[in-house]
Structures are given as structure tokens and as C-alpha cells.
Design a protein around this ligand. Structure first.
Ligand code: NAD
Ligand code: TYD
Length: 339
């Protein structure tokens, strides 16, 4: 199997590369990544000596570079993780989200058509379903729900999903799509809730909780997301969408308190700050389809996954201390100083 993983220097993509090389050591994996602020080559560096691994720095929206790579590589399967992924940044500056997340996906699918790739898998998000009310715990996202994105990020991801389904229907491109809930785990960029709170707590800095902290997210340990994508690319039905989630709903406040408790830090570090514009209230996935069709089940309980994650950040300070400087600090000041 010749596999192309785009965005493989980011959080979930890199976890997926490690997962796949461990499970299928004979697969040839190429990572294509632009190395934006969110991409980190350090994460993949230990794989340099593996003859089944190759890294190519390129932009998925660069048609010439993408077509050249496809022509020389003969990929069987493409898994597209590459994206601008942070909601707050999309509120600040939507343009790059449309370019990478929509046009980049188009370029990849055009290359898949041109070079007869056997499967294009689009890594999507549950945010394309909009949000659910807080007072209806009986409601969950199912695959057949209409797409009603709230942020420029989720609108760009919804557009990419629709384009992928259109390429399947119009050109017969063998497409699958997965839509996952919030992930957490190793190599998570520190701008996102869980790593940001771990790192701020370790540094005895305020923990900025948006609004009242009552918003609910449905958390999945990243390795469980990887195992689901593995099943979908091997056994999923072409033209289908699969929701991925493990019924792990928590309010943001509960997540932040759990982190503080684990680290033995005081709750007085919690600081309520101005709310995110258009802040989605609740995400909650119904994973019945992927369970019934492909037998997928998550393996990691939230409490165990959170402990693994916190321990990873404690053991890998080198990885994140390099990031939490320079451009990241400028972003942090812009985002949080007058909130
Ligand atoms: P991330 O921001 O950590 O990583 C994104 C990666 O894509 C980075 O390595 C970056 O350099 C690369 N990239 C960005 N623009 C690129 C371009 N134009 N060309 C090539 N590479 C480019 O994101 P993540 O959290 O790992 O998310 C990966 C995918 O999973 C995204 O498509 C995201 O929408 C989706 N997703 C994420 C979550 C989550 O909780 N993080 C949940 C569901 C779905
Ligand atoms: P985030 O990790 O950005 O993921 P998403 O917006 O894709 O769900 O945020 C998760 C939740 O945490 C979301 O409700 C916003 C909230 N949040 C805070 O309260 N404070 C923060 O500093 C951040 C980054 C997020």
C-alpha cells in the first residue's frame, strides 16, 4: 500500500502516521505538509531513518507541486488531514481557511482523478453540523443531518465535504468522509483547549475559559480517531460519511477542573474571559453507523486519556517549549490580552 497523508506534521496526522507505521510496517507512507505554524517537523523526525517513510514539504493548494508528487509516486490511498484547524483564527482571518480547506481539497481530488488513486479519504469534523442545545441531552449528530456550520472554519470544512461528495457523484471518485468530535492527546498544538490549559497550569498562568464554561464538547482520544480512520479506509463504503465519537461529553469547565486536579494546581487559576463569537453550545456524536458497519469502538476512557495526555506534556517539554514562544506568543497576546 502506498499511502499519502497530507497534514501529517500536525496533531492528528502525525498520530495517524505513527499508528499506521506501527500496525502496517510494510506500508509506504508519504507525508505532504506545508509546515504552517501548526505543522512541526520535530514530531516526525524520529521516522527519518525508516525506509517506508518520506516527508515532502508542499502546499496542498499548489496544483503543480501536488500533481508532480502524484505522478512520481503512484499512491493507492490519500488521507487528507491538511487544514487550517483553529476556530479562533478563522474568526480573525477566514481567507486562508477557504484556500487550504476548500481549494486544497479540490486540488488533491483532481490529482486523485488524474492519477487513478483508489481512495480519497477526507478527514472532516462534527462542527459541520452546527451545534446542539444544552437542554436537549437526547439529541446527537447523525450523518444524515443538514450541514449548518457556525464559524468560517466549520463552513470551510462543510464546503470540502460537499465537494468530496460531489466528486464522488459526478466523476465517480472513490471518496469516503469521516466526521470526528474533538480530539486530545500527544502533539496537540498548544492553542487548543486541553494543551493550552495544561501548559498554562504548569506555568501558573491564568486559565482563560470563554463565557461561562458551560459549552460542551465530546472528547475522543486521538488514537481512537486513528483506529476509526484505519477501518474506514480499508472497509468503509465508498461515497459514505462516518461519524466518529465516543460519548464523552464534558463542559469546558469540567475539563479544565480535571486538568487542575491532576496537576495539583488551584482552581483560582481559572479566569473567565469574553466569549468566542458565534460560540457553538454543544457537540455530541452518534457513532452508531461506524460501530454497526465497521465494528469500531473507542478504547480509551476520558480519565485515562487525559492522564496519558498530561503525562505526555510533562515528559515532552522540549516539544512544546519551542512552540510556546515567538509567533505563538504574538497570537496569544492578540487573542487573550483584551478579552
Ligand atoms: P493541525 O492544525 O494540528 O494540523 C494541520 C496540519 O496541516 C499542519 O501540519 C499544517 O502544517 C498542515 N497544513 C495546513 N495547511 C496546509 C496546506 N495548505 N498544505 C499542506 N499542509 C497544510 O490540525 P489537526 O487538529 O491535526 O486536524 C487535522 C484534521 O482533522 C483537520 O482537517 C481538522 O479539520 C480535522 N479534525 C480535527 C479535530 C480536532 O479535534 N483537532 C476534530 C475533528 C476533525
Ligand atoms: P478548541 O480546542 O478551540 O476546539 P473547538 O473550538 O474546535 O471545539 O475549543 C474547545 C472549547 O474550549 C470551545 O468551546 C472553546 C473553549 N475554549 C476556552 O474556553 N478557552 C480557550 O482558551 C480555548 C482555546 C477554547
Amino acid at each position: 500500500m502506498k499511502l499519502l497523508v497530507t497534514g501529517g506534521a500536525g496533531f492528528i496526522g502525525s498520530n495517524f502516521v505513527y499508528y499506521m507505521l506501527e500496525k502496517y510496517p510494510e506500508y509506504d507512507i508519504t507525508v505532504l505538509d506545508k509546515l504552517t505554524y501548526a505543522g512541526n517537523y520535530d514530531t516526525l523526525q524520529p521516522l527519518e531513518s525508516n525506509p517506508h517513510f518520506r516527508f515532502v514539504r508542499a502546499d496542498i493548494a499548489d496544483r503543480e507541486a501536488v500533481f508532480r508528487l502524484f505522478e512520481e509516486s503512484g499512491f493507492d490511498t490519500v488521507v487528507n488531514f491538511a487544514a487550517e484547524s483553529h476556530v479562533d483564527r478563522s474568526i480573525e482571518d477566514p481567507g486562508i481557511f477557504l484556500r487550504t480547506n476548500i481549494l486544497g481539497t479540490q486540488v488533491l481530488m483532481d490529482a486523485c482523478r488524474a492519477f487513478g488513486v483508489g481512495r480519497f479519504h477526507q478527514v472532516g469534523t462534527d462542527e459541520v453540523y452546527g451545534d446542539l442545545p444544552l437542554d436537549r441531552p437526547d439529541l446527537f449528530f447523525t450523518e444524515d443531518m443538514p450541514l449548518t456550520a457556525s464559524s468560517p472554519y466549520s463552513a470551510s470544512k462543510a464546503s470540502a465535504d460537499l465537494l468530496a461528495l460531489a466528486y464522488h457523484r459526478t466523476y465517480g471518485l472513490p471518496v469516503t468522509i469521516s466526521r470526528c468530535s474533538n480530539n486530545y492527546g500527544p502533539y496537540h498544538f498548544p492553542e487548543k483547549l486541553i494543551p493550552l490549559m495544561i501548559i498554562n497550569a504548569l506555568n501558573d498562568k491564568p486559565l482563560p475559559v470563554y463565557g461561562t464554561g458551560e459549552n460542551v464538547r465530546d472528547w475522543l482520544y486521538v488514537r481512537d480517531h486513528c483506529s476509526a480512520i484505519d477501518l474506514v479506509i480499508h472497509n468503509g463504503r465508498v461515497g459514505e460519511v462516518y461519524n466518529i465519537g465516543g460519548h464523552n461529553e464534558r463542559t469546558n469547565l469540567a475539563v479544565v477542573k480535571a486538568i487542575l486536579k491532576h496537576l495539583g494546581k488551584p482552581e483560582s487559576l481559572i479566569t473567565f474571559v469574553g466569549d468566542r463569537k458565534g460560540h457553538d453550545l454543544r457537540y455530541a456524536i452518534d457513532p452508531t453507523k461506524i460501530h454497526n458497519e465497521l465494528g469500531w469502538l473507542p478504547e480509551t476512557r476520558f480519565e485515562d486519556g487525559l492522564k496519558l495526555t498530561i503525562d505526555w506534556y510533562l515528559d515532552n517539554k522540549d516539544w512544546w517549549e519551542k512552540i510556546v514562544s515567538g509567533e505563538y506568543m504574538e497570537y496569544y497576546d492578540r487573542m487573550y490580552s483584551n478579552r
